[in-house]
Design a protein around this ligand. Structure first.
Ligand SMILES: Cc1ncc(COP(=O)(O)O)c(C=O)c1O
Length: 370
């Protein structure tokens, strides 16, 4: 703040350069440059623009159970009900189904069988839509607010293969999953794929200041050496935001934050599995690193969600969140799902203490609603 309260985006400033270099250093070798934004929605908006300019194609695929931001473009990418306020939406935003195995009408023998189904249906839809008009597939690497849906084995490599076959860019939205949340610096590292574009925000500054960004491949970066990058924001790469980003990323690395996420993440997984066995209201638990969800059902057999999709006429989930808040367990609920995503620095003891509160609230749900 003392050095530069502000410098326009076309001027070089040290924190911006330092942060971009750090980010590229953490990415696979195919990634080339970073375009900074102020938040997640802006990152996704600009990722789509970049993909359209680079490919010369216009359609964009994204999934139903997704949230990519609430501004106009990001809101059109979004598949869940927060998109409805923008409808009728912009042309060219196509939705496809998520690998939401737990609530799928078909019961698959294995993760591989599930992957085969979802990837082949996606390929079929792409063929019907016309691959020559499709610029990108945008997905949350692990679906976040819509239920921590972890892709089945082979799913993301399968999507990558389709992208390669039809020259479609793969954009991973890592706004929620980036910066250590899933036990790797970026969630795509869990699944053995290299995206063409990665969007990030939130964790890059740990929330201390507003900052987001779009990381693009070397191929894309090179294209814009000779072509106009028609993206611009007054606060793109704000020196204060980038300085906070440098400090935050240094903290993550110097304190080996990933080790804690993985260590405490294992304990979180064990606790969640125990809660699933103990409580009739818990249909499924999903977890990776310190990113997890508890899916509440009326009946474990039928898997009927505790509240219907997009509605909560009796205010059940509001009451659940209220009970958690009363105990000062601060979190987020969405549809019939409670997200558990503690701070990356949480200790095992702190986690256990907090999850006792969750256990108590689940007992209350069992009695009240099951
Ligand atoms: C996966 C994902 N993408 C994008 C966004 C939008 O980010 P922002 O609210 O910073 O615009 C969010 C916000 O929660 C998100 O979870």
């Amino acid at each position: 703040m003392d050095k530069f309260c502000f410098a326009g985006p076309s001027y070089g400033v040290e924190p911006r350069a330092k942060l971009a270099e750090k980010i590229i250093g953490l990415m696979p070798e195919n990634m080339g440059k970073v375009f900074f934004t102020n938040a997640g929605a802006e990152s996704n908006e600009n990722a789509v623009k970049i993909a359209r300019m680079f490919t010369g194609k216009f359609k964009v695929f994204s999934r139903y159970r997704s949230y990519h931001g609430s501004s106009f473009g990001a809101g059109n990418l979004t598949g869940e009900p927060r998109r409805y306020a923008l409808e009728p939406g912009a042309p060219g935003f196509i939705k496809f189904f998520d690998p939401y195995v737990y609530q799928e009408a078909i019961k698959f023998e294995s993760e591989e069988k599930a992957t085969e189904f979802y990837v082949s249906k996606l390929r079929e839809q792409i063929v019907y839509e016309g691959p020559e008009s499709i610029a990108a597939i945008v997905l949350e690497t692990v679906t976040g607010s819509n239920g921590v849906i972890i892709p089945p084995k082979g799913y993301l490599p399968g999507v990558r293969k389709i992208c390669d076959e039809f020259k479609i860019l793969l954009i991973c939205d890592e706004v929620m999953t980036g910066w250590g949340r899933t036990g790797k610096m970026f969630a795509f590292e869990n699944f053995d794929i290299k995206p063409d574009i990665v969007t990030f925000a939130k964790g890059v500054t740990c929330g201390y200041t507003a900052l987001g960004g779009v990381v693009v491949s070397k191929d894309i970066a090179e294209y814009f050496n000779d072509n106009v990058l028609s993206c611009g924001l007054t606060y793109s790469g704000h020196p204060l935001g980038c300085a906070a980003g440098v400090a935050t990323v240094d903290y993550y690395l110097e304190n080996n934050i990933l080790e804690n996420v993985n260590k405490v993440g294992n304990v979180l997984g064990e606790i969640l599995e125990d809660l699933k066995i103990k409580h009739p209201s818990v249909g499924d638990v999903r977890y990776i690193g310190l990113f997890s969800a508890i899916e509440l059902v009326k009946d474990k057999e039928t898997r009927e969600p505790l509240v219907p999709y997009g509605k909560d006429p009796e205010g059940i989930m509001k009451a659940v969140l209220g009970k958690l808040k009363e105990k000062r367990f601060m979190t987020y609920t969405h549809e019939n799902i409670v997200i558990v995503a503690p701070p990356l620095i949480i200790t095992e003891e702190q986690l256990k203490e907090e999850m006792v509160k969750m256990d108590e609230v689940l007992t209350w749900i069992d009695k009240e609603y099951i």
